[in-house]
Design a protein around this ligand. Structure first.
Ligand SMILES: NC(=O)c1ccc[n+]([C@@H]2O[C@H](COP(=O)([O-])OP(=O)(O)OC[C@H]3O[C@@H](n4cnc5c(N)ncnc54)[C@H](O)[C@@H]3O)[C@@H](O)[C@H]2O)c1
Length: 445
């Protein structure tokens, strides 16, 4: 099949590369010249495991190309995937500016009948508007059909998720388009859920909102665990073994971030608002999530007192491990709060130092060397559970820090390991370990 993919971000690039890998002939199009030039040289602008290998392989096979030119990108394409961003507007609703611009460009350059496939996450009803918009502006008398094919990949495991995902959702009110999408996706050998157009759009939002709710649920339990002296990880384990509940997304921590959950819950609430339904459950999910960052900072302040002049190592800056994406990362809010309280910050991340420079407070010292960040700091704060951070033994943290004090916002270490080490260890919804270890060294610092 001849396919064009519009937008080469996390979703578009992975989609284009993987469609080429299963045998389709793919042209990816982006308005970002720098990205397209990198991609044409076989270099991925994003960090995603396995992506660059597949990119190079399919460029060499001649199944994949990149362009900034719509005329060239759409020439002879029977299927056009839309994978541009749908960020958040000031009132929380989805910003469809990029979708609209891409739709207009498609309308202006399409010279043959085509099926438009929307991968971008868009509010219910948007696909119908896209179809109307393209039809109203078509430069040639061609026929278009529309399909919603929401994306469920997770950044960090995007390639793996594309080949081994749990389902592919395709929604359309047009049986011919549905059948074509089924055929395109057949080589992935994954279960395919076929629905009407609006239900497919809704499935994406409902799925993300449910996962966000699960995270906030366990974080709310973590607060109560901290008050009553229970261990939230044990609680999650005991809950998660019930298959009606499931163990995934039950890790207490600093809450969700990234480019999807925050904006998609907001967009869903905005959708509710426009239909006079306030979505009270989701409002609480967001409230609990925001509160997690505050809770960690309060924990640090309660332990250290004034943060004026204290050096704090912030470990892990991306919104989750194995990605370089810092959009809505909890690290940003935590850093702002700690700095406002007078702390001197050092930030460590194995891949996102240059992105962090644009998003973090200017005064923060940034490094991709974990030991350098921790060395002689008054305490360390784990924000993102990168493997490098989990692999450094607690005895090493204790040895490197000026005072052996660790706040773990992701519950990376077992309490029994913390107990066996020299470190005073605070985590989320679990009892504090070695409570007074850091007292002497802090006092003398
Ligand atoms: N990132 C994820 O994990 C993820 C997962 C599932 C769904 N989604 C959804 O997929 C969509 C894309 O997300 P993303 O993270 O890949 O976004 P992104 O911001 O990483 O990439 C979007 C790309 O579109 C390009 N673009 C913008 N306007 C264009 C135009 N008119 N023509 C051509 N290219 C244009 C941009 O230059 C950019 O490269 C969003 O709706 C998002 O909600 C994202």
């Amino acid at each position: 099949m001849n396919i064009a993919v519009i937008g080469t971000g996390y979703v578009g690039l992975v989609t284009g590369v993987c469609l080429a890998e299963i045998g389709h002939s793919v042209t990816c199009l982006d308005i970002d010249e720098e990205k397209v030039s990198l991609l044409n040289h076989g270099r991925s602008p994003i960090f995603e495991e396995g992506l660059e290998d597949l990119l190079g392989k399919n460029l060499r096979r001649g199944r994949l190309e990149f362009t900034t030119d719509y005329e060239e990108g759409l020439a002879g394409k029977e299927v056009v995937y839309l994978a541009v961003g749908t960020p958040e507007t000031a009132d929380g609703s989805a910003d469809l500016t990029f979708i609209e611009a891409a739709s207009r460009a498609i309308a202006g350059h399409l010279k043959q009948n085509a099926v438009i496939v929307t991968k971008s996450t868009v509010p219910v009803g948007t696909n119908q508007s896209i179809k109307r918009m393209i039809e109203a502006e078509l430069a040639e008398p061609v026929q278009i059909r529309i399909v919603s094919n929401p994306e469920f990949l997770r950044q960090g495991t995007a390639v793996q998720d594309t080949f081994h995902g749990e389902r592919i959702v395709i929604g359309s009110d047009d049986p011919i388009a549905l059948e074509l999408l089924e055929e395109i996706n057949r080589p992935f050998q994954l279960p395919i859920v076929k629905t009407d157009l609006r239900s497919a759009e809704m499935i994406k939002y409902a799925s993300n909102a449910f996962l966000a709710a699960k995270i906030s649920f366990i974080n709310e339990m973590a607060h109560l665990c901290a008050h009553v002296g229970a261990n939230v990880d044990n609680v999650a384990e005991g809950m998660g073994m019930d298959s009606r509940i499931g163990s995934k997304f039950l890790q207490a921590g600093l809450g969700y971030g990234g480019s999807c959950f925050p904006k998609d819950t907001n967009a869903l609430i905005a959708m509710g608002r426009s239909h006079d339904y306030p979505m009270p459950l989701l409002g609480s999910v967001q409230h609990v999530n925001e509160n997690q960052r505050e809770w960690l900072v309060e924990m640090i302040q309660a332990r250290l007192g004034s943060l004026e002049g204290k050096t704090i190592a912030l470990l892990g800056l991306t919104f989750k491990p194995n990605t370089d994406d810092m959009r809505e990362s909890p690290a940003i809010r935590v850093a702002e709060k700690l700095q406002a309280a007078g702390a001197m910050l050092r930030g460590y991340d194995p891949v996102a130092v240059s992105r962090a420079r644009q998003l973090m407070p200017a005064e923060i010292m940034l490094t991709d060397n974990l030991q350098e960040a921790v060395q002689a700091a008054d305490c360390a704060v784990i924000v993102t559970d990168w493997k490098q951070i989990k692999d450094l033994p607690l005895t090493e943290y204790a040895r490197l820090l000026a005072s052996p004090l660790l706040f773990d916002g992701r519950n990376c270490f077992a309490l029994k390991d913390a107990e066996a080490s020299e470190i005073e260890y605070h985590s989320i919804g679990r009892p504090t370990v070695n409570s007074s270890r850091a007292v002497t060294s802090l006092a003398s610092h």
